[in-house]
Design a protein around this ligand. Structure first.
Ligand code: GCW
Length: 715
């Protein structure tokens, strides 16, 4: 047994500097561990004078270090003194003393945990236990979360196991340091100085991920360069894997399908060519020599110009299975993306992934999981759930969300995505009758899959606050918490995040949660109300561009998506149009076939309707659209007022940055509204409803805006 008081640790932490007290610049994320009230701090100090670990592994040490760090902060370091008669004890369930307690650990799997008071060796302790070290690590973070959000050690009883197996971030980080769709600075990975220099931030990144249960990270962009699989870059990835390993995080790499040609000098990347298969097998062996617990590959194939098996008239299953065979001997997996649409295919872009993948159901190798975006187009502020969920029962499907806000105002707009994730996860596919939710497809319970996963496109960069703004951190946080439990709900997650990030007092948590909970809907309102989609400006997707009509591929143009004309607006996806609704299970398809039974929030996604169509509110569609744009702008004004009222509760640095960003957001929400309305009026010839403010500029002005150096845009 190692018995360590934590006064000594405090000094060490201050000297080491990676997590020493700092200005509130957002670096500490939700792991701030600021001092509790004196009374609560004293109680906590009394009840947990030491952190003990049984066993000595890197993961247990990481867990204990985190608890010490947290307790030191929460109790206020100055109050630390005394002997270690009370303790938090970390031990796996195989420990002899823990085993005699007969805790219900069987159901915890290899990542779940139990935290509770227990008598060990005749002493009362707070026990954090699990079947594995990783479970103990997650339990330690759960205990800290409990303490940070108002809980006490007295009577603590926490127990949880993840419902999803692969909880992975997808970094769209390029080897030159630019992050595709990244709005938080350069890539966190300093590829140039790796592997020799390991920035201390890598460990803090791992801590943050472990604290929310993320257990995998794909280091490089799905638009992958072959060099990321070269020996030089494998060594760099291995260095990161070494830092992440104690935190239970596996490293994965995006693989470029044509790498056998570019790196291996082969003439083909045909997945059925034995030489190609042998090349990948040797490559996998090489990677596993450097990273014994390498997770596997993520692949974007035959999509937006990426090479893939279709180049050789092979199927996506042929491609995925060939790679799967290469990693299978090492227990690796392949995450194969279903985000495909082809310039040669004139069919509705929203249909193409289903058309391509549905016939392949049951044809993928056991260690392949197909990664499907939440919606059928592309990370819009709102999309109906992807029709592939529920439609491939013999294939594990993982869901892909974007936590970076490519289409939701970049880093500056405050949009908490918890409600968006939750909305998709709660959607009922009806594939096996009522209750066949996307969450149940994703957690494997609907179709009986053990290989399950959720991917989040990361919003993390080298910005001091990691995510470009304090509130963007909440989207990283919510992704992790919902990947652990897809049914957790957006509001509880917002509350705990707000408490940990800004302070647990109701005067903070209440208004911050209120602001957050409506914030994504506000973006929908001022950008894409009533089911509109992809009306953003070209390339960078920043700002409005509903008029754009001249791009080479039809489905790159906003006019393709909104189809506004003098008579009406919206994409007819019923039988009279593209019939995309038929890709949903019959009960869902029936509802969506008729505008009257389609939820209004998705109306223009599925139907082309008249401008004067009456809506549930009694307004015409046109008046409703104007109303929604105004409501969105108004919500941002409301957030500014609520944030203003919080000024005395929040530290100056984070308050000011958020205040300035909200001002930008309000300005841009107005811009979105005005530009969109100017354009719609130029199409429908209608006047604004009485009382609605006219746009600030004419349409030509909005059309003339251009943003050549917008961040995150792949060049
Ligand atoms: O959302 C689109 C983005 C691309 C991205 C692509 C994808 C990585 O605009 O930048 O490429 O999706 O998901 O593959």
């Amino acid at each position: 047994m190692r018995l360590i008081g934590w006064l000594g640790f405090t000094v060490a932490a201050l000297v080491a500097g990676t997590t020493a007290a700092r200005a509130e610049d957002g670096y500490d994320l939700w792991m701030r561990y600021r001092a509790l009230s004196p009374a609560r701090a004293a109680t906590l100090h009394r009840d947990a004078q030491a952190v003990e670990i049984r066993g000595d592994t890197a993961t247990l040490r990481a867990a204990a270090d985190e608890l010490r760090r947290g307790l030191t902060g929460l109790t206020g370091a100055a109050s630390l003194q005394g002997s270690s008669t009370t303790a938090i004890m970390l031990a796996t369930a195989s420990d002899r003393d823990v085993a005699t307690l007969r805790l219900p650990v069987a159901s915890l799997g290899d990542e779940g945990y139990v935290v509770r008071a227990a008598s060990i060796g005749g002493r009362r302790v707070t026990l954090v236990t699990a079947n594995t070290d990783r479970g103990v690590l997650y339990g330690s973070f759960a205990l800290l979360r409990h303490l940070q959000t108002g809980g006490t050690l007295a009577g603590v009883a926490l127990s949880s196991a993840p419902r999803v197996k692969l909880r992975v971030l997808n970094h769209w980080d390029n080897l030159d340091g630019i992050v595709e769709r990244g709005y938080a600075g350069q890539s966190l990975w300093d590829w140039w100085t790796l592997p020799d220099f390991k920035d201390p931030r890598y460990a803090d990144y791992a801590r943050a991920n472990a604290s929310i249960g993320i257990n995998g990270t794909v280091l490089n962009n799905v638009n992958a360069k072959p060099e990321s699989l070269s020996p030089r870059y494998i060594a760099k990835a291995a260095a990161l894997a070494d830092v992440f390993r104690p935190y239970g995080i596996k490293v994965y790499l995006s693989a470029r399908f044509s790498a056998p040609i570019e790196l291996g000098g082969l003439k083909t990347a045909d997945p059925l060519d034995p030489q190609v298969a042998a090349w990948w097998k040797a490559k996998a062996d090489e990677i596993y020599r450097a990273i014994p617990d390498f997770g596997g590959f993520l692949v974007k194939a035959n999509s937006e110009g990426q090479p893939g098996p279709r180049d050789y008239h092979r199927s996506h299953a042929d491609g995925a299975n060939m790679l799967a065979a290469a990693v299978a001997p090492h227990d690796g997996i392949v995450m194969w993306r279903a985000f495909v649409y082809a310039e040669t295919d004139p069919d509705d872009r929203a249909k193409q992934a289903y058309t391509e993948f549905k016939p392949l159901d049951g044809r993928f190798a056991k260690n392949v999981i197909v990664q499907v975006k939440n919606g059928a187009i592309d990370f819009q502020p709102r999309e109906p759930f992807h029709p592939l969920f529920g439609a491939m029962p013999r294939t594990p499907l993982m869901i892909e969300f974007q936590t970076t806000k490519e289409y939701l105002g970049f880093a500056t707009h405050l949009a908490y995505l918890g409600p968006m994730f939750a909305e998709t996860l709660a959607s009922d596919t009806m594939a096996r009758g009522k209750g066949s939710t996307v969450a149940r497809v994703v957690d494997g319970s609907l179709e009986g899959h053990a290989l399950t996963g959720m991917a989040g496109v990361a919003n993390i960069g080298r910005d001091r606050d990691w995510a470009g703004s304090p509130f963007n951190q909440a989207n990283w946080y919510a992704f992790g918490r919902m990947a652990w439990d897809p049914t957790i709900g957006a509001e509880p997650v917002a509350r705990e995040w707000a408490a940990m990030t800004f302070g647990a007092s109701p005067a903070i948590v209440g208004p911050v949660t209120t602001m957050m909970m409506g914030s994504r809907e506000a973006v929908v309102d001022y950008m894409t109300p009533l089911g509109l989609a992809h009306v953003m400006a070209t390339g960078h997707h920043y700002g409005p561009g509903p008029w754009v009509a001249e791009l080479k591929r039809p489905e790159w143009n906003p006019v393709y998506y909104h189809r506004a004309d003098k008579a009406g607006i919206g994409f007819d996806r019923t039988r009279t149009g593209s019939n995309a609704v038929a890709q949903y299970a019959p009960p869902v398809a029936r509802g969506l076939a008729d505008p009257a039974t389609t939820p209004e929030r998705d109306l223009l996604w599925f139907h082309h309707v008249a401008w004067d169509r009456p809506m549930a509110s009694g307004r015409t569609l046109w008046a409703e659209m104007v109303h929604d744009y105004d409501r969105g702008v108004g919500y941002v004004g409301g957030m500014r007022r609520q944030w203003n009222a919080l000024r005395s509760e929040i530290d100056a640095d984070r308050w000011t940055k958020t205040d300035r960003f909200l001002a930008i957001q309000e300005q841009e929400a107005r811009w979105w509204r005005d530009a969109s309305l100017s354009y719609w009026m130029s199409v429908n010839g209608l006047a604004l409803p009485t009382g609605a403010a006219p746009p600030a500029h004419d349409l030509a002005w909005y059309r003339a805006q251009s943003f050549p150096y917008a961040p995150g845009n792949p060049q």
